[in-house]
Design a protein around this ligand. Sequence first.
Ligand SMILES: NC(=O)C1=CN([C@@H]2O[C@H](COP(=O)(O)OP(=O)(O)OC[C@H]3O[C@@H](n4cnc5c(N)ncnc54)[C@H](O)[C@@H]3O)[C@@H](O)[C@H]2O)[C@@H](O)CC1
Ligand SMILES: Nc1ncnc2c1ncn2[C@@H]1O[C@H](COP(=O)(O)OP(=O)(O)O)[C@@H](O)[C@H]1O
Ligand SMILES: [Mg+2]
Length: 285
Amino acid sequence: MMNPIYIHQKEILKRYKQPDQYTHKGIQGHAIIIGGSYGKMGAVCLSSKACLKTGCGLVTVFIPKCGYDILQIAIPEVMVITDNQEKFISNIIFDITPQAIGIGPGLGLEIETQQAVYKLLQTNKIPLVIDADALNILSKNKEWLPLLQPKTIISPHPKELERLIGKWNSDAEKLEKSITFSKEYNLIIVMKGAPTRIIDGDTIYGNTTGNAALATAGTGDVLTGMITSLLAQSYEPINAAILGVYLHGLTADIALPETGYQSFIASDVITNIGKAFLSLENLSK
Ligand SMILES: NC(=O)C1=CN([C@@H]2O[C@H](COP(=O)(O)OP(=O)(O)OC[C@H]3O[C@@H](n4cnc5c(N)ncnc54)[C@H](O)[C@@H]3O)[C@@H](O)[C@H]2O)[C@@H](O)CC1
Ligand SMILES: Nc1ncnc2c1ncn2[C@@H]1O[C@H](COP(=O)(O)OP(=O)(O)O)[C@@H](O)[C@H]1O
Ligand SMILES: [Mg+2]
């Protein structure tokens, strides 16, 4: 097995694209975040706000009807398309052409939702980030995995990873199984944890930012929004994964002296995305 490539500033600056002075929202990327169910609309709020704050020009969410007011009031900058169902997603149809899709936060596991995910995967060619319940749906329907386009990004936490690849007895076995899975389906795996590692076939990247303050509800949903945003801004999938994970961790490192470990919450990741970007800008000067 290869040694990991550690994601330090040097690796990041090789991949980071500075904003173009003459850009506009129409070419800055349009992302869609698909998720939410009754009681878990917060996951979509966090994910879509993080998506905007990571620089994408336009963000639309696709959610069940019950989330309409919640989203419109919580984040006026985000556009909303609703499913026909009140409490969960049953049929994913949208008449926009996004450059990236993030699916899973708060999605739930209803049978109709599972079928809606299947239908999307059958036809989708748009760069995709799959997280949370969309991963759990894939774990329940592993025969759908070959539908995923090459270099689709999946971002499991350890339990979601176990549901996908089965149990492991050591960290080495976990990596080995993840590499095999990544190669079999040609996927990029953001193996979330402390630290997060990114697997792209035989290549392993080890993140160097982040701390235990991130061990709080919704920080993974935020990460999904950040990576989807970078994908929509035309970053290659591997670079979107690497830069997204690095910036996400950096927000917690920046905030820690003010929040401590205990009071840091997922919204604090979003608040500090700007400072994380500014630190990259300073480095590249
Ligand atoms: N505000 C909201 O609306 C929130 C919605 N969420 C959504 O809730 C749904 C369920 O997600 P959950 O992840 O909570 O539930 P899961 O059942 O998928 O995962 C929870 C299980 O995973 C284990 N686990 C998680 N992280 C681990 C780690 N680092 N090491 C070892 N074990 C670990 C936990 O101990 C627990 O057994 C998802 O759709 C998610 O997006 C959550 O993200 C929390 C916030
Ligand atoms: N102790 C820790 N140190 C560093 N990062 C952590 C730690 N605990 C959690 N994280 C990070 O926080 C995020 C949690 O994601 P996830 O479990 O999907 O949360 P949620 O589903 O609640 O949004 C991941 O990016 C993970 O790497
Ligand atoms: Mg999660």
